[in-house]
Design a protein around this ligand. Sequence first.
Ligand SMILES: NC(=O)c1ccc[n+]([C@@H]2O[C@H](COP(=O)([O-])OP(=O)(O)OC[C@H]3O[C@@H](n4cnc5c(N)ncnc54)[C@H](O)[C@@H]3O)[C@@H](O)[C@H]2O)c1
Length: 428
Amino acid sequence: MTVSGGATSPIGVAHDYGIWKEAPVLIGTTSFEPRPDVKNIMITGGAGFIACWLVRHLTLTYPHAYNIISFDKLDYCSSLNNTRILNDRRNFTFYQGDVTNPSEVVDCLERYNVDTIFHFAAQSHVDLSFGNSYGFTHTNVYGTHVLLESAKKVGIRRFIHVSTDEVYGEVKDGDDDLLESSILAPTNPYAASKAAAEMLVHSYQKSFKLPAIIVRSNNVYGPHQYPEKIIPKFTCLLARHKPVVLHGDGSPTRRYLYAGDAADAFDTILHRGQAGQIYNVGSQDEVSNVALCRRLLGVMGIAHEPVPDDEFRRWVKYTHDRPFNDHRYAVDATKLRGLGWEQKTGLEEGLRATVEWYRLFGERWWGDITKVLSPFPVVAGMEVLSDSEPVSDNPQTAGQGSGKGEGSGNGNGNGAAVNGSGHHHHNG
Ligand SMILES: NC(=O)c1ccc[n+]([C@@H]2O[C@H](COP(=O)([O-])OP(=O)(O)OC[C@H]3O[C@@H](n4cnc5c(N)ncnc54)[C@H](O)[C@@H]3O)[C@@H](O)[C@H]2O)c1
């Protein structure tokens, strides 16, 4: 591989203790006839969670057909460990760059003759978006605009934009799953920034005939997810024999898709998706945050299911809710299944694989995660800090607390971000 980038800082390139060599190489399961019109694929956010699965999947599944360029600024939540296993692959390149920097984006597109873009890079943690909304708008909206304008400039053949089910807003219990044609009604600053980004994608498609596809996925979980999100965070806490902290009363539900199934969805969309279309990616597995805690206690062998109440009270605490917390999301993925995609990993199996991975690697993959695991971390520049807010034994009702990040609610309070640096920062 080659490493290049507009940035000169060695951020993230340090701290290689070789832990990645011990880890299993996790990819998706699908494989298609390579497309003749695709050769050089740039994947933004490639050192982050979901994109690293796709980077590994495409690099290793199509070694002779596609060159993969992972483009990432290496923000606080990323790790080069996520793709180090690819460093000796001829068809893999890492480029350290920022999507909000047009000269870095254009340099990467031109240098590697990119024809296809998967745009994952974003500020992805909902909790932090209540405190640092400007950083979310800057990266998620302006960054997407920069990519679109750059893609137009170099004549990109295919632009696959990664959005979220959160753009639809809350779906009531019992309501039908939402189709791709549903109206967008985001309720938090993160979701609003993702919806705004979609509007720009749509406009470039109409105005400039940019061949774009939009993908709206529900929560994704699995190995390699930064432990600010609920599943890895609670797993790491329980592995340390520490209680977890739910927002509010823990009643909001979320649907969870294993990262390998998400990689398959993106592989399927690359090979069979139609320009101009929108695809929902949805899982069958919906659980409340409280039920998720019970499942984790069971999978980790801390308590047998059904978990007795006294055990549950010992391990699960509560704090106030987010300023607003959607009760649930529900997308209908029939259209994507029509392209041949299916969910292969159920929640139980996925949680087992995830818990196993975090037990082995969670404590060392990103360096010291103690502050990330604190009930109320905030991010300042590249640094994660602990905050302190009251934690209670009892569920908090309306106007107090529960949570979900993208990847779900994670006991982070309302995540008021600290701008410690004085200059613009993008990490929520
Ligand atoms: N995690 C989920 O459950 C979920 C669900 C639906 C949609 N999504 C979307 O999928 C995408 C990836 O989510 P994730 O959870 O893997 O995120 P993540 O936070 O793990 O990774 C984001 C990556 O983007 C990089 N990045 C951030 N700002 C950047 C910038 N300005 N320039 C270049 N790189 C930058 C970070 O360094 C990081 O590697 C996001 O667009 C998110 O909105 C996530």
